[in-house]
Design a protein around this ligand. Structure first.
Ligand code: GCO
Length: 440
């Protein structure tokens, strides 16, 4: 690894990220059913119909896992809270065991000198709320605000930072238009509503946490750098439309109080009544913005109804996800986000990392590809910083190999290898390389 901590400004933070359903083991500790349990139980949705029922068993092994985070020299740990673990029916009765768990987890971070960076929602909606329409139902903003209140009354005093929702594009578009994530809906009207309600819920949660006196609240969006697959005007238009839906919708809502015209051109007829009046809530002031970045996409025009966009395979080296490796996109996004949306607000790279075919050989996992990936993306951060973009931290996705959603356990993203039979953890070369870089 070329980069080391001292290459970055004083106070720049390094962290690693995980999410509740992907690591905890959702079947334990009195958590309620979630849409991911239901999605996984439906044939054809998830590779080998795997679920997060056991996952990495972080629920019982969290102390040893946090030891690994601290021993690497990370400053922060980005984790998420499971709504269904706190409120098994999504509303009403609290699961005390769940609250206690997050309380212990928080203290375990603090004891190790780690800054807790929480996310309130990383996709496991309680099934009982899905029964009432889930993200289609405007009431979800109030349900989410109430859940935020319950959990943050308990642990909010010890959070370093909180973001309400991880990757609104995945919550709304991937899950309600493409149908590739739970609840597996493919419906433009449901998608339009989810695209809006996810931001309304974000804003309501921010209001709740401000009222509790909490600080350092932000938003985490995911981005894919969209490029035309060829030099036709049609491909340029397709890329611009993809960019509007994927990258600009959420930043525009949060920081401009408007949605991009290129996305509204297809979604407006399906939007919930009165959506234009919600921006004062959606635009609740934030202290930082997080970008999750993995890859770029090449787009071409497609036949068929709006958005009439088709992905084209690109020529660059790819990760095990078949995602092209394109650090330039991170640099471009950092620059564009600051110049067009966030100005002086601190930015964080809240996720970046890759899946690879990591195998355990004589107690080692040689994942040199991951070391290079991280190194090259850190270089993109440094370039942006050198041009004045206020990037204040970088989080690797992920600490552990874990449940990669519809792709099950086979796509390993961890700095630490997990044997999913024995649950034994083995730090990979990338973990050791980062440890050396962070301590240098
Ligand atoms: C996220 C993440 C993770 C994924 C990772 C790799 O994007 O926030 O949601 O949950 O595992 O992105 O796909």
């Amino acid at each position: 690894m070329r980069h080391k901590r001292s290459d970055f400004p004083e106070g720049f933070l390094f962290g690693t990220a995980t999410s509740s359903y992907q690591i905890e083991g959702h079947a334990q500790g009195g958590a309620g059913r979630s849409i991911w349990d239901d999605f996984a139980a439906t044939p054809g949705n998830v590779v080998r119909a795997e679920s997060g029922a056991r996952a990495c068993d972080h629920y019982t092994r969290y102390e040893a896992d946090l030891d690994l985070v601290a021993a690497a020299g990370f400053d922060c740990y980005r984790f998420s809270l499971s709504w269904a673990r706190v409120l098994p029916e999504g509303r009403g009765a609290v699961n005390t065991e769940g609250l206690d768990f997050y309380d212990r987890l928080t203290d375990a971070m603090l004891e190790r000198g780690l800054k807790p960076a929480a996310t309130l929602y990383h996709w496991e909606l309680p099934s009982a709320l899905q029964d009432m329409g889930g993200w289609r139902n405007r009431d979800i903003a109030s349900w989410f605000a109430d859940y935020s209140q319950v959990i943050m009354e308990r642990i909010g005093d010890r959070m370093w930072s909180v973001a309400p929702i991880n990757e609104p594009w995945c919550v709304a578009w991937l899950s309600h238009f493409m149908g590739l994530h739970a609840p597996g809906v493919r419906d433009i009207r449901a998608a339009a509503r989810a695209m809006h309600h996810v931001l309304l819920a974000h804003g309501r949660a921010i209001e709740v946490m401000r009222a509790l006196g909490m600080a350092n609240l932000g938003a985490v969006v995911n981005m894919e750098w969209a490029m035309p697959a060829d030099d036709t005007p049609e491909a340029a238009q397709a890329a611009a439309r993809y960019d509007a839906i994927y990258n600009r919708w959420f930043l525009s809502g949060l920081f401009k109080g408007a949605y991009p015209a290129l996305a509204l051109e297809g979604l407006e007829p399906h939007m919930p009544k009165g959506w234009q009046n919600d921006f004062p809530t959606i635009q609740a002031p934030l202290d930082w913005c997080g970008l999750n970045y993995y890859t770029r996409k090449l787009l071409a025009a497609d036949a068929g109804p709006w958005p009439a966009v088709r992905e084209v395979e690109g020529p660059l080296p790819k990760t095990l996800m078949d995602w092209e490796i394109f650090p330039e996109g991170l640099y471009q996004f950092l620059k564009r986000t600051a110049s067009e949306y966030t100005g002086d607000l601190p930015l964080y790279v809240t996720e970046n990392g890759m899946a690879s075919r990591d195998v355990l050989q004589d107690g080692h996992v040689y994942d040199e590809g991951r070391v290079a990936y991280i190194d090259n993306h850190l270089e993109a951060v440094r370039r942006a910083q050198a041009e004045g973009v206020p990037v204040d931290g970088y989080f690797v996705w992920s600490l552990l190999d874990n449940y990669e959603w519809a792709l099950g356990y086979e796509k390993r993203f961890g700095l630490v290898h997990v044997d999913f039979d024995t649950l034994v953890r083995t730090p990979k070369s990338s973990y050791h390389a980062l440890t050396a870089a962070l301590k240098a």
